[in-house]
Design a protein around this ligand. Structure first.
Ligand SMILES: Cc1cc2nc3c(=O)[nH]c(=O)nc-3n(C[C@H](O)[C@H](O)[C@H](O)COP(=O)(O)OP(=O)(O)OC[C@H]3O[C@@H](n4cnc5c(N)ncnc54)[C@H](O)[C@@H]3O)c2cc1C
Length: 461
């Protein structure tokens, strides 16, 4: 156990926890980040639809609508400055029947209430002109500007690298087991030892309610809402230009089609409530439903190959809005129920957490705010990548060089396992899913981390 008492401990190193840690460390606070997994972004943050939302369709006057709107602008600027792949595709919400067509006015009204005026209602012929591969029974649509696609994996990694460079300490493989709130110091009992801190931020995603209960008793429940997705091969990317949205349903934004910054086309997610907080496997039924929707919306997708399927779990609770709580007495902030929009809202949630901590008694920092000089490696299909300069590739499908893989292991908050390399370089993520390159990638990761190849392959590392 370290005798040092940090200003703040952040529980969870997903996109929200890393954003909070970065913001606090930037402002000069000492921060411990306690993460059960072996890397940043191994929870819900690794499996989403990778859209930077404007929040046009959020429920007005909620925390979510306010924070997504603020977070959109903050992350757009951050991604641009740090070189995280991001592209403005805008979104097209398509009405497929009269009922949906009549709902577009209400969606437009909601967008205005959310302060997003940049949309246009268009007729069927304009929809067909903008997206010629859509099925021909679209009746009209709403064209929403300001929606972006982004590299979702680099975001928490960049936040973590910044946080680390500003002095934050990451404690991986440290699951929080219990918490003892003292008069001035809170002791967090983790699977790797005790952590002492003055203030705590709960950013534990799916386990948010469990951590919250350690402070306040049973206040909300997380019921994981599984979203299954299909990633189509790069040849399918030319079939859509915009994010194609359905008219929203009660539980979910519905199945959408979106280009990815890596040059694929993605379809999903489903929305099925499950009991198991670890049920991130794809199911036959879920994949079949996504595929049926994909074929219905873009018939030409019947001829396209699928590269991968995956699923993520939204931290859904009894209420659709975020569950943000401030407990001054125990110097504790809860950032719970960050369900479907946490990537977009992450940087605004970080500012929100800082303000709430100050309201709770955290002294306003007198230090000057540190400035990031971070540059993330170019991973987007539209970015200039090392392979474009003729460097030999280890992963042919995603055009990843040996240097990129070795750098990904050696950089701060580096990769020490195959999934970490996948998220930092795109290696193993392509059409062959590692069939051709796995041995060479393993060799490079093994050498950089001094980990036996067998341990990498068995997931022990
Ligand atoms: C299918 C799907 C699509 C989505 N699409 C989008 C999108 O397009 N745009 C968007 O903005 N958002 C989207 N989201 C939402 C977004 O992904 C989430 O809101 C966001 O990732 C939540 O981040 P988080 O940091 O709160 O949680 P997580 O990423 O889950 O992080 C929580 C961390 O806490 C750790 N933890 C848990 N318990 C403990 C413990 N006891 N001790 C220590 N550590 C612990 C976990 O290991 C985990 O790493 C989508 C979500 C899903 C599921």
């Amino acid at each position: 156990m370290s005798n040092l008492v940090s200003d703040v401990a952040v529980i969870g190193a997903g996109v929200v926890g890393t954003a909070v840690a970065r913001e606090l460390a930037r402002r000069g606070y000492s921060v411990n980040i306690i993460e059960a997994g072996n890397d940043v972004g191994t929870g819900t943050s690794k499996a989403n639809t990778a859209i930077l939302h404007t929040g046009f369709d959020a429920t007005p006057n909620t925390n979510e609508s306010r924070l997504v709107r603020q977070g959109h602008d903050l992350l757009l600027e951050y991604a641009t400055v740090t070189g995280i792949a991001i592209e403005q595709t805008n979104a097209l919400m398509v009405a497929w029947n009269d009922d949906q067509l009549s709902q577009l006015n209400a969606v437009a009204e909601k967008s205005l209430q959310n302060g997003h005026r940049d949309f246009l209602q268009i007729d069927a012929s304009k929809v067909a002109r903008l997206e010629p591969h859509l099925a021909d029974n679209a009746l009209g649509g709403l064209l929403i500007s300001g929606e972006y696609i982004i590299d979702p994996w680099s975001v928490p990694i960049a936040f973590a690298r910044d946080a680390s460079s500003f002095g934050a300490v990451f404690r991986f493989k440290s699951q929080v087991l219990s918490i003892d709130v003292g008069n001035e110091v809170t002791t967090i009992n983790t699977s790797s030892g005790l952590v002492k801190t003055h203030f705590v931020v709960n950013a534990a995603g799916l386990a948010g309610a469990k951590i919250d209960e350690m402070f306040t008793g049973n206040r909300f429940t997380v019921t994981p809402r599984r979203g299954e997705l299909i990633v189509f091969d790069k040849f399918a990317r030319t079939l859509v230009s915009h994010i194609i949205l359905p008219v929203p349903q009660k539980h979910t934004k519905g199945v959408l089609l979106t280009p990815t910054v890596f040059g694929n086309l993605m379809v999903g997610p489903t929305a099925d409530d499950v009991e198991d907080l670890t049920a991130t496997g794809s199911t036959q039924d879920g994949v079949a439903r996504v595929l049926a929707a994909a074929h219905r919306i873009i018939p030409a997708l019947r001829n396209e190959e699928i590269t991968a399927v995956y699923a993520g779990l939204r931290a859904a609770t009894e209420e659709s809005d975020y569950r943000l709580f401030t407990e001054q007495q125990c110097r504790y902030i809860c950032l719970g129920g960050i369900r479907s929009t946490g990537l977009s809202a992450s940087m605004a949630l970080a500012n929100e957490a800082c303000q709430r901590l100050i309201d709770c008694g955290l002294q306003i920092s007198t230090q000057s705010v540190k400035v990031s000089t971070l540059k993330m490696p170019p991973l987007g299909e539209m970015q200039h990548r090392p392979a474009d300069d003729g460097q030999a590739c280890v992963c042919m499908c995603e055009r990843v060089t040996a240097t990129e893989i070795t750098n990904a292991c050696n950089e701060p908050i580096g990769a020490n396992n195959l999934d970490g390399v996948r998220r930092r370089t795109r290696a193993l993520n392509g059409k062959c899913q590692g069939f051709y390159c796995l041995a060479n990638v393993c060799e490079l990761v093994s050498r950089a981390n001094a980990i036996p190849v067998d341990d990498l392959l068995s997931g022990k590392s």
